[in-house]
Design a protein around this ligand. Structure first.
Ligand SMILES: CCCCCCCCCCCCC[C@H](O)CC(=O)SCCNC(=O)CCNC(=O)[C@H](O)C(C)(C)COP(=O)(O)OP(=O)(O)OC[C@H]1O[C@@H](n2cnc3c(N)ncnc32)[C@H](O)[C@@H]1OP(=O)(O)O
Ligand SMILES: NC(=O)c1ccc[n+]([C@@H]2O[C@H](COP(=O)([O-])OP(=O)(O)OC[C@H]3O[C@@H](n4cnc5c(N)ncnc54)[C@H](O)[C@@H]3O)[C@@H](O)[C@H]2O)c1
Length: 309
């Protein structure tokens, strides 16, 4: 099916381009990404339910969202405190939490999944929700590296399934990769593009290929940095400094890996190593495996490549 590119609709009048207006959003996974997506969706007028299996994670997520929004208010409404307070209250009223995904999805327009980077866990989640969500509900995964086609295969709504790959931290990073599979309907694709626009994001699209655009280019870069470090050619500190001062990156590869989460990095690596067993690029990283085995996942656990206070 030929898709509209999101800058040019190929010869069709605007009336032919339809999309579902998304108001109620269920975000599954209250970790780094889910909380960030919830913050942005709630502060742009969407009714958001953040779902996780762990109640404590949900409570921590809501506290983090409120803290981040207070930072936004301090800056954006510096000379309009009342308007700032109203913005904060409205956004927070848009956020609710639940540990019961099955009941929440029965009243939702869009499910955005941001759970652990494991294909079977994602498939099991969507397979169960598919039986409970209304027919019009669109499903989207925030996966970093898995195939949207493979994730969607556990459902019967292949036409209403796509990828929405946000970047960390979601409130700051302006990009969303909007991914259609060969079964995604035009209406679904346009709805996901429109939703991204309503969030204030800039979207790009590409085929449903491993890592989409950014991660397919980011993975080799980070892996080469890790190999350089493992060979003893340079310290992790100097490699980070070199890429920040030499290329203007806000974070070097080791800082970024700690920020993303070494557990997630390992999930991604394991998937790509298994899919490409003969490609030396995806050979396992000893230093990554050791850190993860020791529970050192980076910023989220207080230690990864670096120690955090
Ligand atoms: C190790 C082996 C690896 C094996 C290979 C596997 C590789 C796989 C591929 C990689 C993984 C992919 C992961 C994912 O799918 C894709 C990604 O998300 S990649 C990550 C993209 N993100 C980045 O590159 C982030 C780069 N860093 C930055 O932009 C900045 O450092 C920062 C994080 C924004 C922090 O900015 P600073 O200026 O340093 O610090 P401040 O605290 O002043 O923040 C500035 C500004 O931003 C606001 N802000 C910061 N953090 C948050 C937050 N969490 N939520 C909301 N707002 C935040 C802060 O308020 C400031 O705003 P201001 O107050 O100034 O208006
Ligand atoms: N961390 C990043 O920088 C980043 C960026 C873009 C995309 N992603 C992708 O987003 C997803 C989440 O990443 P993260 O960094 O937020 O992970 P995270 O570990 O911070 O959060 C994952 C959350 O999902 C919850 N969870 C796991 N299984 C669940 C289930 N069956 N039902 C409900 N909740 C469940 C966990 O309790 C946890 O709170 C992954 O697919 C990852 O590849 C991560």
């Amino acid at each position: 099916m030929a898709f509209f590119t999101h800058h040019i609709c190929r010869g069709l009048s605007s009336s032919a381009v339809r999309h579902v207006v998304i108001k109620n959003v269920t975000i599954i996974g209250g970790g780094q990404m889910g909380a960030g997506i919830a913050q942005v969706a709630a502060s742009t007028g969407h009714a958001v339910t953040l779902v996780d299996t762990n109640e404590d994670i949900l409570k921590k997520a809501v506290k983090g969202i409120e803290g981040n929004l207070k930072r936004v208010v301090k800056k954006k409404f510096a000379d309009k405190p009342e308007a700032g307070e109203e913005f904060l209250q409205k956004a927070m009223q848009n956020v609710s939490i639940s540990t019961d995904a099955g009941s929440v999805v029965q009243g939702t327009d869009l499910v955005v999944e941001a759970i652990v980077e494991n294909l079977k866990v994602k498939q099991d989640l969507f397979g169960g929700l598919d039986k409970l969500a209304p027919a019009h509900t669109i499903f989207a995964s925030n996966t970093s590296s898995l195939s949207i086609t493979d994730i969607a295969s556990s459902t019967n709504r292949l036409d209403r399934f796509g990828g929405l790959h946000f970047f960390n931290p979601v409130p700051v990073m302006r990009l969303v990769e909007v991914i259609a599979t060969s079964s995604t309907s035009q209406e679904t694709f346009d709805s996901l593009l429109n939703f991204s626009k309503m969030l204030g994001k800039t979207s790009v699209s590409c085929k449903d290929t491993p890592g989409f655009i950014v991660n397919r280019l980011l993975l080799p870069y980070i892996l080469d940095a890790v190999r350089m470090y493992e060979r003893g050619d340079g310290s992790k500190e100097d490699i980070d400094i070199a890429m920040k001062l030499g290329c203007g990156y806000p974070m070097g590869p080791f800082e970024l890996s700690d920020y993303v989460g070494l557990d997630t990095m390992k999930f991604i690596m394991d998937g790509w190593s298994a899919a490409n067993p003969d490609n030396p690029m995806f050979a396992q990283s000893e230093v990554l495996n050791k850190l993860v085995a020791e529970g050192k996942f980076g910023k989220k656990t207080g230690e990864g490549f670096y120690k955090y206070k």
